[in-house]
Design a protein around this ligand. Structure first.
Ligand SMILES: [Zn+2]
Length: 397
């Protein structure tokens, strides 16, 4: 679980850009109400208005007349969205926005019939441009909607009856995770192999249940960035996210057994204070995943995530106890480390540390098929129990 924060931040920025570019090419721009017309008169931009909520910032340019589709040319460069408007005139207007997504909008007259609109976003976000005809006393309008990269409420519209379970075998590829012998160039035991083997067993067991759909973050020995893993959980609207790992504690060779980690309340409490102070979107992360939420949603979604993650952890621990020796199950712990920078809305998530490679007995057990199978059964049955409890209470998120 060694992650370099700056690398992840860079990754996020890179990914956003790529997403935006994709979106741009794919066409986020719609002009639903505009027909091509002979625009003989030059429209004047009178003013900028905006409104902002957690899911969208809307910028409205009030105009004196129609602006046709081919005269609106958006161009995204990094965090700046440029919109070239032809057959439009304006005086210079600068507007600072109190929005979590956009910081400033500028209307810059280029000449008597060309205007550039500069929209400075806080991060590269998705956007949509369209026009509205005069309506109920409102003039002709050019509207720019800016959306956050991920809308937390997406998952509420779930129609799929199957419960989605994301199984995440820790590490992989160039990242071996914990190894034994420690610091060996050619270790005999690698965490990435153990986690994959157990995870594939969990998948095999869960496949028996027709109401569960299993999604794996990896099925081979490949490197998957943590950001990608959390993205998989977010985009699939996972009902449960279970990350599988094995630990290493060189200074404590006596430490052994299976431990199930869930998000730490302290982590959330801290994030909540920060969110209130800065009154904007924050990312709170633990070793499993991160949540990108606004202060308004923070209270609600963290409460749900807590309760659900605890339930999931409890079910897994109970079932592990039935499958491996009671003494070997350490129970549930709070994840206190705050290492990874990812962005995913709150999905019930736990991380199972299946044992310690630094403990001789754990090490011996963890590489054996029978032990991996027992751990996998415990985890799979725990997930199964949790999913059944969801179905009973008709929990929808
Ligand atoms: Zn690990």
């Amino acid at each position: 679980m060694k992650i370099i924060q700056t690398v992840m931040l860079e990754l996020i920025t890179m990914m956003n850009r790529r997403e935006i570019l994709k979106g741009f090419i794919g066409g986020f721009c719609f002009f639903p109400f505009l027909e091509e017309a002979d625009a003989s008169s030059i429209s004047l931009i009178k003013r900028i208005r905006y409104s902002s909520n957690e899911e969208r910032t809307r910028i409205v340019l009030d105009c004196t007349g129609k602006v046709i589709k081919r005269n609106i040319e958006p161009f995204l460069k990094g965090k700046t969205l440029w919109i070239k408007l032809k057959n439009v005139r304006a005086n210079k207007i600068v507007k600072s926005l109190k929005s979590p997504l956009v910081s400033e909008v500028k209307v810059i007259p280029i000449n008597k019939h060309v205007v550039k609109v500069k929209l400075v976003m806080k991060e590269p976000h998705k956007y949509k441009i369209f026009a509205l005809k005069p309506y109920r006393g409102k003039p002709f309008r050019i509207v720019v909607d800016v959306f956050p990269d991920f809308i937390v409420t997406n998952c509420r519209l779930k129609t799929n009856k199957k419960r989605i379970v994301v199984i995440d075998p820790g590490h992989g590829g160039k990242d071996p995770g914990a190894v034994w012998p420690i610091r060996s160039k050619y270790p005999r035991i690698r965490e990435k192999d153990i986690t994959l083997s157990i995870a594939l067993r969990v998948r095999r067991i869960l496949k028996r249940y027709s109401d569960i759909k299993v999604i794996m973050t990896r099925t081979k020995d490949v490197y998957v960035p943590l950001l990608k893993r959390a993205e998989i959980a977010a985009k699939s609207c996972a009902d449960a996210f279970v990350s599988i790992h094995a630990d290493s504690m060189p200074h404590y060779p006596n430490w052994n057994g299976v431990t199930v980690f869930k998000a730490s309340p302290a982590l959330f409490a801290k994030a909540q204070i920060t969110a209130k102070e800065v009154a904007k979107k924050v990312r709170i992360c633990n070793d499993i995943m991160c949540w990108s939420i606004s202060p308004l949603l923070l209270n609600m979604s963290t409460t749900i995530t807590f309760v659900e993650s605890s339930k999931l952890a409890e079910k897994i621990v109970n079932n592990l106890k039935a499958h491996v020796n009671d003494d070997l199950v350490n129970g549930i712990r709070d994840m206190k480390r705050n290492i990874v920078v990812l962005k995913t809305p709150g999905r019930p998530a736990v991380l199972v540390e299946t044992g310690f490679l630094t403990n001789p007995l754990d090490r011996k057990r963890l590489v054996q098929n029978w032990y991996q199978e027992e751990i996998a059964r415990g985890i799979a049955k725990g997930i199964r129990d949790y999913v059944s409890s969801l179905n009973q209470t008709a929990f929808v998120m």
